[in-house]
Design a protein around this ligand. Structure first.
Ligand SMILES: NC(=O)c1ccc[n+]([C@@H]2O[C@H](COP(=O)([O-])OP(=O)(O)OC[C@H]3O[C@@H](n4cnc5c(N)ncnc54)[C@H](OP(=O)(O)O)[C@@H]3O)[C@@H](O)[C@H]2O)c1
Length: 321
């Protein structure tokens, strides 16, 4: 079948191991389902996989793509839930120490067909298009958990999102605005800041800028480049919710601020299957939709990976077939 895959880990030049071609048709073990993929979306995680981060060398070649939406053999329309729990695990999926994400052990969604455990598909609301539904399983689920499960923010409070144009950032901006938060955003260019404002940001700033006042919560996926600013931007008792470190680990943990201002720093990873169900329902009920910055055929995947590597994103990048 047609697939977009990583041939081998390549830390220095991730695009050099990107392949667009044929992979064997998958088998469907008991308890699994085959989803004919209609749309899939790109996440920075796919670049980590090309680099060999979070995946062992013997797992290559690996079909990329954590997110997707498609159709089961009986015609039902589904969204893929990307967290694969270990056998026998009961409880919150994100707390399973042996969980994997699609593309870490199981082959991913950038293909004609993806095979996942039966519990890893959820019904797609009819009101969402396939490209919209393909954005939800990773970036939007991560943002939903950060905001609604981890931050403790109430409508009317002020949130700062570090990064304007990324998948998680745009989801946070849209969810925050739709829920009545005051949304402030940093972005690396005026174009990215304008995008954030068009998605609902009340005010935007250059990275590291002094804010008009301190905020109740900061949403972090950037890491080293913004962490200090995040800690300095918080009110006493405020919270940083962190789900990523794109630019690496922070040089300074800001421990003096942490204890003196009684800050809270909380990690967040993906979301549970129940949270994905609730997020799909939220989108269905509110009419809120993920901002898709680019939609292109899977065969043009290299162009999309290059744009993400260059930081040239404007919301989610979706592949259609
Ligand atoms: N823990 C989890 O479950 C989970 C889930 C999803 C994602 N993540 C992680 O979250 C991160 C973002 O993922 P994504 O898919 O949203 O990536 P993405 O679409 O490529 O977005 C990257 C974002 O990072 C910002 N950024 C990058 N370098 C920066 C720098 N030097 N200074 C300031 N901002 C910078 C960009 O800001 P501009 O808009 O200003 O360019 C952009 O908003 C990744 O590290 C990913 O691995 C983790």
């Amino acid at each position: 079948m047609f697939a977009v895959y990583a041939a081998e880990p390549n830390h220095e030049d991730p695009l050099a191991s990107l392949r667009i071609g044929d992979r064997p048709d998958p088998e469907v073990p008991d308890g699994h389902v085959a989803v004919t993929v209609t749309a899939a979306s790109l996440n920075l995680h796919d670049l980590w996989t090309l680099r060999g981060v979070g995946i062992t060398p013997e797992q290559f070649p690996m079909i990329l793509g954590c997110d997707g939406a498609g159709v089961l053999p009986d015609g039902s329309e589904v969204v893929v839930y990307p967290i694969i729990t270990s056998p026998g695990w009961i409880g919150e999926e994100t707390l399973d120490p042996r969980r994997t994400l699609l593309t870490e052990k199981l082959q991913g969604t950038f293909a004609d067909v993806v095979v996942v455990p039966a519990r890893n598909v959820l019904p797609k609301p009819a009101s969402l298009t396939f490209p919209e539904a393909a954005c939800i399983g990773t970036a939007w689920l991560t943002a939903y958990r950060m905001l609604f499960v981890k931050s403790g923010l109430r409508p009317g409070q002020t949130m700062l999102v570090q990064g304007a144009s990324g998948g998680v950032s745009t989801a946070l901006i849209q969810l925050g605005r739709a829920t009545g938060m005051r949304v402030w955003v940093t972005g690396r260019s005026e174009g990215k800041r304008a995008l954030a404002r068009s998605l609902g940001a009340h005010e935007t700033f250059e990275p590291g800028a002094r804010l008009p006042e301190r905020v109740d919560a900061v949403f972090e996926t950037v890491g080293k480049a913004t962490w200090s600013h995040s800690a300095k931007s918080l009110k006493p008792g405020g919270i940083i919710v962190c789900s990523g470190a794109t630019t690496g680990d922070a040089d300074r943990a800001e421990l003096q601020r942490l204890f003196f201002l009684q800050l809270r720093m909380v990690g967040s990873t993906m979301g549970t299957r129940d949270e994905l169900r609730d997020l799909l329902s939220y989108l269905d009920l509110t009419g809120l939709r993920p901002h898709i910055g680019a939609e292109l055929p899977m065969s043009d995947a290299k162009q999309a990976f290059t744009a993400m590597l260059d930081g040239d994103t404007a919301g989610k990048i979706v592949f259609t077939r």
